[in-house]
Design a protein around this ligand. Structure first.
Ligand code: GTP
Ligand code: MG
Ligand code: ZN
Length: 440
């Protein structure tokens, strides 16, 4: 490899094997070299490099120079940025219909706009082909020509487009396809001159809700093992699925989901199952706590905001006095978290108790979010659809901003964060703390 700075260890984003960068494999580029032991006859052959051309490119068995990298274990593609920058893994989980896919689409769509515009951060696809499913989601929700068009996202399936299939001898294993992004400081960002300390490759997973239910985790179907590797767990919790919330929402919410018997599930059971899996993958005792953060994303805020008596949530960031970049306000997010925890504790104490026995309470943050900003309506197939022009997410990007600012890197953080010295009197001059993030 011709690069000067490589990470010490690469984690494969597909099978989570760890290997030193020198052990990376390549994807043959000569058109005669088709057929791979693990990936089947239609994939180009993978190989450990032994010969290089003068530019440092690996040569395949027919002498053609190769660029694409692959994992030595599962043979699936590993974007080159994984060798150059530390990865930040985030796993989204929650029950079927809790809104994981809508939220992911809104989160990424908002980050694409907000990070370059306000935070002086470049946020781009690390591998556009790998993010194709997410692009379709974003296009469906946010790139429709007519505001009156009805739009919706398909349910995430437990097989098909969302997975890679890999053969190990007789065994066939499915891995969920990860989505990849590069995040690096640019322009007036405080770390723009030394990007290496804070730049990251973000890797996010979306699964079908069914895969988290008890009994769905099998050795040949390790589709949720990313949970144990993740730097940050994002539990999408949907109050519209809880009988206790429903009693209070019947009369105040126009969202049909709160009356729909098809939208119900035992979310505290699912959270306990995820806790069990993470502890078992990591070899932790049953009564031990996981040492990584848990963000509880209390979703469909538009449907239950009246319970808190609030309207739209204010942006939890402020511009730095230089005007060159925004500074995240963790105090505003933590304030919202305390209010939401109290509300959950009142209506659904089992969820709070399960979360707090899984993860150290000081590492749990409850974030109100809405992927769509408003309720769906029944569409032609009697399913739930949204008017394209009325989609207006609330705080969809906030969980990832918070995670990157607090847990994203070692001694520094790519999202500058801080609290104005005197929030009331001196709001225009935040005490910026561009460092201070802690590593999980
Ligand atoms: N009111 C409201 N409804 C939402 C919101 N986000 C999603 N929904 C609705 O929630 C339903 C489920 O959303 P999905 O994102 O497909 O749910 P999921 O968690 O990915 O579900 P699976 O893929 O089956 O696991 C859809 O019918 C949406 O209309 C929101 O912010 N507010
Ligand atoms: Mg989904
Ligand atoms: Zn792998």
């Amino acid at each position: 490899m011709q690069h000067t700075s490589l990470v010490k260890e690469v984690t494969c984003p597909n099978c989570w094997e760890r290997f030193p960068p020198e052990r990376v494999w390549y994807v043959s580029s000569h058109h005669d070299l088709f057929g791979d032991l693990r990936l089947g006859p239609n994939e180009r052959r993978r190989f450990p490099p032994t010969r290089f051309d003068p530019e440092g490119r690996a040569l395949d068995a027919k002498g053609a120079p190769c660029h694409e990298l692959a994992c030595p274990r599962c043979h699936l593609g590993v974007p080159r940025v994984f060798l150059e920058r530390p990865a930040f893994f985030a796993s989204v989980f929650g029950s079927p219909k809790s809104g994981k896919s809508y939220l992911l689409a809104s989160m990424i769509h908002r980050l694409r706009k907000l990070l370059p515009k306000s935070f002086a951060i470049d946020f781009s696809d690390a591998d556009p082909q790998a993010n194709a499913v997410l692009h379709e989601y974003e296009d469906e929700l946010f790139a429709h020509g007519k505001p009156d068009d009805l739009v919706h996202l398909k349910k995430t399936d437990v097989t098909g487009d969302w997975y890679h299939e890999v053969t190990y001898g007789e065994k066939r294993i499915l891995y969920p396809k990860p989505f990849f992004f590069q995040i690096s400081p640019v322009g007036s960002h405080p770390y723009a001159a030394k990007p290496a300390s804070v730049a990251r490759t973000l890797c996010v997973y979306d699964n079908a809700g069914e895969s988290f239910q008890p009994g769905a985790d099998r050795p040949d179907n390790p589709v949720t093992q990313h949970l144990a590797k993740s730097n940050c767990l994002m539990f999408v919790y949907d109050p519209a699925q809880e009988p206790e919330f429903r009693k209070h929402l019947q009369n105040i919410s126009e969202d049909e989901q709160v009356r729909d018997p098809a939208v119900l599930s035992r979310q505290e059971v699912l959270l306990a199952e995820v806790a069990r899996r993470v502890k078992s993958y990591r070899g932790l005792a049953v009564n031990a706590r996981h040492d990584r953060p848990l963000l509880v994303l209390v979703n469909k805020y538009d449907a239950w905001q009246k319970l808190l008596g609030r309207e739209r949530l204010p942006d939890p960031w402020t511009m730095h006095p230089t005007g060159g970049f925004a500074v995240l306000r963790p105090d505003m997010i933590q304030g919202a978290s305390a209010a939401i925890r109290q509300m959950l504790h009142e209506y659904m104490p089992a969820v709070v108790a399960t979360a707090e026995s899984f993860v150290e309470p000081s590492r749990i943050v409850y974030v109100p979010v809405s992927a769509t900003g408003g309720p769906p309506q029944r569409g032609p197939d009697n399913g739930y659809w949204h008017r394209a022009g009325s989609i207006n997410p609330m705080w969809a990007e906030v969980p990832m901003l918070y995670a990157l600012s607090q847990f994203g890197s070692g001694s520094a953080a790519i999202i500058p964060h801080g609290v104005p010295r005197s929030a009331a009197a001196d709001a225009a001059k935040p005490a910026v703390e561009a460092g201070g993030g802690e590593s999980p």
